[in-house]
Design a binder for this molecule. Structure first.
Ligand code: ZN
Length: 261
């Protein structure tokens, strides 16, 4: 007869212990989630790197150097840098190819349709950032300097471009160029923060010589990577802003299925 209340007491104690245990567990899980949300590492970030031009479109050319080849080589180096930081990296192209639709290779509309394939790849993979790598050329050979463009009206694109440009200019102490807003279809149409990095002027003899060296290409890739690293330290959640996209009213062919490389 005396044991019954004791059993009840024991059961109540166990229920209390289990409840406390569950509470501790929940707090622990919550703390873990809190920690991961505010972690500044790049582990879960999806970065799309777009080596500009390719295939039938060489981009700028000078003294045997084609922009498309330079863009791809630096993009591949950038992929290594970002993967080492834990990012998931997707390249719009890993080989010398373009995305022109069959029979639709001439003119502005064809070019936009080609760029749409690159933009779709970033959207389909829900990328956090879009980095398009290009090189410049100019008739006046003394023009030089790396520069970074962001879409008009994009505050996050601006922040990203400024951080990348800051790192790039560390390689070029005489480069006074600042990140610039650029009205480019490619970055205007992407839904995530997007920039175009112009890695230098292949028309400038001094810069072209540097761009031909493996070491300099590595330094550029590391500088872009450092800018991206800093961006996610400033915006750990990978800000998605509602940039007013300048939706094209022109009718373009739909993206090709399975264009990811
Ligand atoms: Zn280009």
């Amino acid at each position: 007869m005396f044991q019954r209340p004791i059993i009840v007491l024991v059961r109540k104690t166990r229920i209390f212990e289990i409840a406390i245990g569950l509470l501790i567990l929940l707090i622990g899980v919550g703390a873990l989630r809190f920690n991961s949300v505010f972690s500044s590492d790049l582990k879960n970030k999806v970065i799309v790197i777009d080596p500009g031009h390719g295939g039938t479109d060489p981009g700028a050319k000078n003294s045997g150097l084609k922009e498309k080849d330079l863009n791809l080589d630096i993009s591949l180096r950038l992929r290594k840098v970002l993967e080492a930081k834990g990012c998931k990296v997707i390249l719009t192209r890993e080989v010398d190819k373009d995305f022109f639709l069959p029979g639709f290779v001439q003119g502005r509309m064809a070019k936009r349709a080609e760029l749409n394939q690159r933009i779709s790849l970033a959207s389909d993979n829900n990328a956090d950032l879009f980095i398009s790598v290009h090189a410049n050329s100019f008739p006046q050979q003394n023009t030089y300097g790396m520069e970074t463009y962001y879409p008009l009206k994009s505050m996050t694109g601006k922040a990203l471009a400024e951080l990348i440009q800051e790192q790039l200019t560390r390689l070029q102490s005489d480069n006074k160029r600042k990140a610039k807003a650029g009205d480019y279809y490619l970055i205007n149409q992407t839904k995530m923060p997007a920039v175009i990095v112009e890695v230098g002027f292949i028309s400038n003899p001094r810069e072209r010589k540097l761009l031909l060296s493996n070491n300099y290409r590595d330094l550029i890739a590391e500088a872009i990577g450092a800018g991206i690293d800093q961006y996610f330290k400033n915006f750990p959640l990978g800000v998605r802003e509602n940039v007013q996209q300048q939706q094209s009213k022109e009718v373009l062919p739909p993206p090709l299925a399975g264009t990811s490389s």
